[in-house]
Design a protein around this ligand. Structure first.
Ligand SMILES: *[C@@H]1O[C@H](CO)[C@@H](O)[C@H](O)[C@H]1NC(C)=O
Ligand SMILES: *[C@@H]1O[C@H](CO)[C@@H](O)[C@H](O)[C@H]1NC(C)=O
Ligand SMILES: *[C@@H]1O[C@H](CO)[C@@H](O)[C@H](O)[C@H]1NC(C)=O
Ligand SMILES: *[C@@H]1O[C@H](CO)[C@@H](O)[C@H](O)[C@H]1NC(C)=O
Ligand SMILES: [Ca+2]
Ligand SMILES: [Ca+2]
Ligand SMILES: [Ca+2]
Length: 264
């Protein structure tokens, strides 16, 4: 390529030298004609070469500039990318912080819900237990041997001829996992008074005078089934018996010994 270029420029050089020759010949008479011609040709060639070099440099410079421009564009894109990535990273960091906060608040809510669940479960268990107990008390009961069943409840009457104080009678009932009978209806009173015409029941005012309490701690409500003129607390009577053939109540001295009836 460069060889072909050179030979071509050699031809051009010869053309321009023939044109310039007549002028140069008169001015430089003291130099041989051929030498002047050769110098001229060389100058023209040098000029061409210089031009070529300059053109080459310019071309190279142009490439370099376009290359530089490309690099600049790339750099700008790079900066853009870095900027975008930084922004994305910051956004992600914020989101992560938010998630952390949300997660801790969710954990707190979870704790609250768990404790609420526990409370609800506990009350559910209690209700189930109540239902079971109520169902049990409603279902038909079987009384132990020697006990009498009445209205689905079990009663124990002291042996014939046996007699104890109120306290000792109660102790006997407690040992049988029962207590002295609590009379809540006329039916129950009639049932009990038919077993023995005289018997202790689970009512007393030994804690506070004239404040009648059943052995389960409940107050006597509705007046009770007192004989007329009773309770009279004659000589500090604090324990209640069924006595006389009418089967109603009398307050008696707790120390007297009579039969007793337990209720389970
Ligand atoms: C930077 O983000 C902008 C808008 O979000 C987008 O138009 C641009 O192309 C992104 N630049 C790079 C280099 O990803
Ligand atoms: C965090 O919770 C708030 C509401 O409590 C919600 O608006 C937001 O989108 C949540 N943030 C994340 C990252 O889930
Ligand atoms: C009540 O008890 C009976 C048997 O004793 C049982 O069949 C029934 O399912 C129980 N009902 C409830 C509500 O527990
Ligand atoms: C008081 O009650 C007792 C029985 O506990 C009875 O024997 C007595 O006669 C009564 N006294 C009066 C004054 O009514
Ligand atoms: Ca009863
Ligand atoms: Ca009394
Ligand atoms: Ca009395």
């Amino acid at each position: 390529m460069s060889v072909a270029f050179n030979s071509k420029s050699e031809e051009g050089k010869r053309d321009s030298c023939t044109l310039m020759a007549p002028d140069d010949r008169s001015k430089s008479a003291w130099l041989p004609q051929s030498l002047v011609w050769w110098i001229g040709a060389a100058a023209v060639c040098l000029g061409f070469l210089l031009l070529l070099v300059i053109l080459g440099l310019v071309a190279q410079n142009g490439r370099a500039i376009s290359h530089w421009k490309k690099l600049q564009v790339g750099l700008m894109e790079c900066e853009n990318l870095v900027y975008n990535l930084t922004k994305d990273r910051d956004a992600l960091r914020d989101e992560r912080e938010q998630l952390k906060r949300n997660s801790s608040s969710l954990n707190k809510e979870l704790d609250v819900l768990q404790s609420q669940y526990k409370a609800v479960a506990a009350s559910r268990d209690k209700l189930q237990e109540d239902v079971r107990r109520l169902n049990h008390s409603k279902t038909e009961r079987n009384c132990h041997q020697g006990w009498i069943k009445f209205n689905n409840k079990c009663y124990y009457a002291s042996d014939k001829g046996a007699a104890k104080t109120w306290e000792e009678s109660r102790k006997d009932c407690l040992q049988r996992r029962a207590d002295l009978v609590i009379i809540t209806t006329k039916d129950e009173l009639d049932f009990v008074s038919k077993i023995y015409t005289r018997t202790w029941i689970g009512l007393s005012d030994m804690q506070q005078e004239n404040k009648w309490k059943w052995v389960d701690g409940s107050d006597l409500i509705g007046g009770g089934f007192w004989q007329s003129g009773e309770p009279n607390n004659s000589g500090d009577e604090d324990c209640v018996e069924i006595s006389r053939s009418n089967g109603e109540w009398n307050d008696a001295l707790c120390s007297i010994e009579i039969p007793w009836i337990c209720e389970d």
